[in-house]
Design a protein around this ligand. Structure first.
Ligand SMILES: Cc1cc2nc3c(=O)[nH]c(=O)nc-3n(C[C@H](O)[C@H](O)[C@H](O)COP(=O)(O)OP(=O)(O)OC[C@H]3O[C@@H](n4cnc5c(N)ncnc54)[C@H](O)[C@@H]3O)c2cc1C
Length: 476
């Protein structure tokens, strides 16, 4: 379907997929683009302390380009890193400064990203990344020459003081990596989209889509209905609703499923020596045994400017299957926060793995009375093969999805939408990335992610013990 630049386009969801798509549509001359979102982002500013429960609403997200042999995502990341740097330049020069932000803010920090193992050698995935990445970008902690290079560049290779107690200190440091300042980056992208004329309807009533509007007697989509009962017509509707997409577009059954990651936060007092030790200028973004399943799957960040030190666990991704209107079970996001002083909101396994890491790698925190004091579960949208899904929905003219970011799509915010607009326009459809993102079914292949195991499945939150009633600062 060829779109005219003046045709009305609706994007549902103002997370990274929706924002980036809207921004690039606007930049490429589309004049009637509207984003709907049930979150009042102009008020809450993408802060999850203000109730935002989108995956994109966060304080920080990892940027790292090493993807093993998978150069599709490596190249997309390197393209995005150039975009992140251009955005920082725009912000620092005062050219694009969203309301409430200043020229001293950044949307990303190139503090490097390390991927660690507790074994004596690097896993094959990391060895493949070293081979695939541009020469000189990946430094290995066990290579004397790389350590000398790191020292010359001012990178700390003993961040966790592992060598002092004689423990393995094996990791690869991606010099192109770091972290996105997630909430500020979303505000920047939103501001930039608006500067290109993109309109927004935000809030739990006017911004919340409750239904798609169909052309009578067909599956073709002509717009949306929002919770205030209004109908909004469009030539193209793009569903970019993160973890909510599979329930809003049920034909994604078997291709996508919503799963949960677990997050723990420790507040570092300004008076603590850890304030400086864990600061972005001294401490990298880190991943620990990221692909090792239940006992691994950890990642974390330098201390945030607010003092929060965040560690996430995705060794097991949990589900929340619930029976839907059509009688079928689908996993739906249920955001669980710390309630009062109880850190009972995440699965016990997640908290145990995180606490074990802290005890072994940063024992000084607990010893100085700094403990986990907040937790959260946060919703991904996974596909069975771990690829994004960006395509027209079959048998539903006028409807597209842009989703399945799983645990890695934030980093593509600056450039992702450019690809989405290409797909809308039917340009470059034979590129490997675009082919990987097409609407697809599993067939006889072995899934990368086992999805839709239902409420009897081992990862369903119904079947998983949460952290028992325990007060803040309790140590497992
Ligand atoms: C715990 C966790 C850690 C992650 N860590 C990283 C990382 O370190 N690096 C990285 O690159 N990526 C990371 N990711 C992945 C990244 O955050 C996601 O891939 C990305 O943010 C998904 O963006 P999205 O736009 O698809 O969804 P979301 O950000 O979830 O946005 C969806 C939007 O749709 C809106 N919406 C939903 N339903 C409706 C409705 N009915 N009407 C209107 N609006 C609606 C929501 O309010 C929301 O704003 C992580 C994800 C999680 C969950």
């Amino acid at each position: 379907m060829a779109l005219a630049k003046t045709d009305p386009i609706i994007i549902v969801g103002a997370g990274v997929f929706g924002l980036s798509t809207a921004l690039h549509l606007g930049r490429r001359g589309y004049t009637d683009v509207t984003i709907f979102d049930s979150q009042p982002y102009d008020k809450t500013l993408y802060s999850y302390f203000e109730g935002c429960d989108a995956a994109s609403a966060d304080m920080n997200k990892i940027i790292r380009a090493g993807y093993g042999k998978d150069t599709v995502y490596q190249d997309l990341t390197l393209e995005s890193v150039a975009g992140w740097t251009a955005w920082n330049d725009e912000l620092h020069a005062g050219k694009t400064v969203p309301p409430g932000m200043t020229k001293t803010d950044s949307v990303w920090v190139n503090n490097t990203a390390i991927s660690m193992t507790d074994a004596d050698t690097l896993p094959n995935f990391e060895l493949d990344s070293i081979e695939s990445m541009p020469a000189g970008t990946m430094l290995v902690s066990t290579d004397a020459k790389d350590c000398a290079t790191a020292k010359a560049k001012g990178f700390n290779m003993e961040q966790f003081a592992r060598q002092t107690p004689g423990k393995p200190n094996v990791f690869v440091l991606d010099t192109t990596g770091g972290f996105a300042c997630a909430d500020k980056a979303c505000r920047f992208a939103l501001h930039k989209a608006r500067s290109y004329g993109v309109k927004t309807v935000f809030g739990p009533v006017a911004g919340k889509i409750v239904d798609l509007v169909y052309k009578p007697g067909t599956g073709d989509v002509t717009g949306i209905t929002t919770a205030d009962g209004k109908t909004h017509l469009a030539v193209l509707t793009v569903m970019a609703c993160g973890g909510w997409t599979p329930t809003l577009v049920p034909s994604l059954d078997g291709l996508n499923e919503t799963t949960a990651g677990s997050v723990a936060l420790l507040k570092i007092p300004r008076s603590s020596p850890y304030w400086d030790k864990l600061a972005p200028e001294n401490f990298p973004t880190f991943m620990h045994k990221l692909r090792d399943g239940e006992p691994g799957g950890l990642y974390g960040f330098p201390r945030h400017e607010s003092g929060w030190f965040k560690i996430g666990y995705r060794g097991t991704k949990y589900t929340n299957p619930q029976v839907q209107k059509d009688g079928k079970e689908r996993s739906v996001p249920v955001t669980r926060w710390t309630e009062g002083d109880k850190i009972t909101s995440i699965p016990a396994t997640a908290l145990r793995v995180i606490q074990k890491f802290l005890d072994e790698y940063l024992p000084g925190l607990g010893a100085s009375g700094i403990h986990i004091s907040k937790t959260r579960i946060c919703w991904y949208n996974d596909s069975f093969d771990n690829h994004l899904t960006i395509d027209h929905v079959p048998n539903a003219a006028g409807l597209m999805v842009a989703t399945s970011g799983s645990g890695h799509a934030f980093k593509y915010l600056p450039s992702l939408g450019n690809w989405v607009v290409d797909i809308i326009e039917g340009v470059g459809l034979d590129r490997p990335a675009v082919k990987a993102w097409k609407w697809r079914s599993l067939g006889a292949a072995k899934p990368f992610n086992v999805i839709m195991a239902g409420s009897k499945g081992p990862r369903a939150l119904q079947n998983v013990p949460l952290v028992p009633e325990t007060s803040m600062h309790a140590k497992l």
